[in-house]
Design a protein around this ligand. Structure first.
Ligand code: V55
Ligand code: FE
Length: 493
């Protein structure tokens, strides 16, 4: 028999929550010019909103999968003189190309090379599905388990995997780099630098031209998921949470991560100038998982870390090591403070946002210094009913705004069967007051199997959108996005 003839075995996604309803793979790449707009797109919005999503191109090799393991599909909405155009495109990762050629999945479980098909032994499983980064005039798709993929910012075509012209030594790169609006620098890191179960973390300082001006390595207290971090004007902080990885468990084909509440949670504080040789470790008073960070800032000798934290681990995706009956708790906005002038191993914790939430964002011009305004995805049963669980738990029904100046919370309720996603803040102008701008969010219209992009006045969420940009189709639920102003984009072309 001709070895190239292989009968198809059928292609069907599992009958499972990860692949059903609003979470079902979309798989369509394309463009829609001149989207419908209800209301008026503010004239200040000239530029592109990009965001990444996980959209399985093939049914999983082993019959089931977690949503975090879908293939990177980037969505962009370009705003031009009140008009909006949509483009969606898969990132051409090595994984995507190999599976496309084979017309089926070849890679197995999330980050577990021992579950991959032997045909792809030694190949990179990076899905590039978590976030997008704009820096030194380039656009990248990011996933913490691999290196960035550079994309064409106008077409989303993949230019290829990048090690920043040989400057990135790690096999991985974070999906949550931070940007210093004063210096134009990018502060980034990589964990699992040496691959599966590695406890090595690398820290980078990248100047506005894309030169790595500093690369340093240190060891974490143990190997854990370091999804996000925090950077203030003078310090970098890592929260090492007990979401652990163990080589033997991975080799046995088990989940890459387990929640081990018997372990301690640590905070590593690194002075930005002196670097990792001056790292100081603090012990948190409880096992806790940082889901995502808002910001870090300094109040005299006190370093303030504002982030969403859950005490349960991320059990909907990764099991508890000790308690199979444990259930996931929602994250709350917590403020963790360490005093760098004191010798004490003390972390002061307060709940500074008295409301559940996730997917935090601030006005990016105020990152690394004290911010007043905090936005996030959330639910509020007073405004509307919860929606049926999806693969990541309860979908958001609202966006929240916490104004620390007034102490007030304000909400946008997206309407029946509607689920807003991570918001992104765009200032009205470069020198507008903090918070004076627009909040963008994709909103699932679940009953219609469609998606909208809503534009809200960031300081008046409860007034509802100033414009709703309507897609004639669904785009897959996503993770993290960014905004690139037209002027900035033009300079890079
Ligand atoms: C997260 C997302 C990921 C991942 C690890 O939001 C952590 C957290 C989309 O992929 O691989
Ligand atoms: Fe994230």
């Amino acid at each position: 028999m001709n070895e190239h003839v292989r009968l198809a075995e059928g292609l069907q996604f599992p009958d499972d929550i990860v692949f059903q309803g609003y979470a079902a793979p979309v798989r369509i790449e394309g463009s829609v010019h001149d989207l419908e707009v209800v209301g008026a797109i503010p004239p200040e919005l000239e530029g592109v909103y990009y965001r990444n999503s996980a959209d399985h191109a093939y049914p999983p090799l082993h019959g089931r999968d977690i949503f975090l393991n879908g293939d990177g599909m980037v969505h962009m909405v370009r705003f031009e003189r009140g008009h909006a155009d949509l483009t969606t495109r898969y990132v051409r990762t090595r994984k995507f190309e190999l599976e496309r050629a084979a017309r089926r999945a070849l890679f197995g479980a999330y980050r577990n090379p021992f579950t991959d098909s032997s045909e792809v032994a030694g190949e990179d499983a990076n899905t590039a599905n978590t976030s997008v980064m704009w820096h030194h005039g380039k656009l990248y798709a990011l996933k913490e388990s691999g290196r960035p993929y550079e994309l064409d910012p106008l077409t989303l075509e993949t230019r290829g995997e990048s090690n920043f012209a040989g400057q990135l030594k790690s096999r991985t790169f974070t999906a949550h780099p931070k940007f210093d609006s004063l210096t134009g620098e990018c502060i980034a890191f990589a964990y699992n630098c040496e691959g599966v179960a590695s406890d090595e973390i690398e820290l980078y300082r990248v100047d506005r031209e894309g030169c790595f001006t500093r690369t340093e390595r240190f060891k974490a207290p143990y190997c854990s998921m370091v999804h996000d971090f925090l950077v203030s004007r003078n310090y970098i902080a890592f929260v090492i949470c007990p979401m652990v990885c163990d080589w033997e468990r991975v080799q046995r084909g088990e989940s890459y991560w387990h929640w081990d509440s018997h372990r301690k949670t640590y905070i590593g504080v690194i002075p930005r100038e002196r670097g990792v040789s001056a790292i100081r470790w603090f012990t948190a008073p409880k096992p806790a998982m940082q889901t995502h960070s808002f910001n870090a800032w300094e109040d005299g000798s006190r370093l303030v870390l504002d982030h969403f934290v859950t005490e349960s681990g991320w059990l909907s995706q990764f099991p508890d090591l000790h308690n199979p009956n444990a259930h996931e708790l929602p994250p709350f906005g917590e403020r963790w403070i360490v005093d760098l002038a004191s010798e004490a191993d003390r972390v002061e914790i307060t709940r500074f946002i008295e409301h559940i939430g996730e997917m935090p964002v601030i006005d990016p011009r105020f990152a690394m210094s004290r911010a007043r305004h905090y936005w996030f995805g959330t639910n509020n049963p007073k405004l509307g009913p919860m929606l049926p669980f999806g693969p990541k738990g309860p979908p958001f029904t609202c966006l929240g705004h916490f104004d620390e100046g007034t102490g007030k919370l304000d909400f946008y309720y997206a309407g029946p069967d509607s689920s807003p996603e991570e918001p992104y803040f765009v200032p009205k102008s470069a020198d507008a007051k903090e918070g004076d701008g627009w909040l963008l969010s994709m909103v699932g219209r679940r009953a219609e199997n469609r998606t909208d992009l809503v534009i809200l006045d960031a300081l008046h969420l409860s007034r509802g959108p100033v414009a709703v940009v309507k897609f004639p189709c669904r785009v897959h639920e996503g993770f993290h996005g960014t905004w690139v102003a037209q002027k900035v984009l033009e300079r890079s072309l």
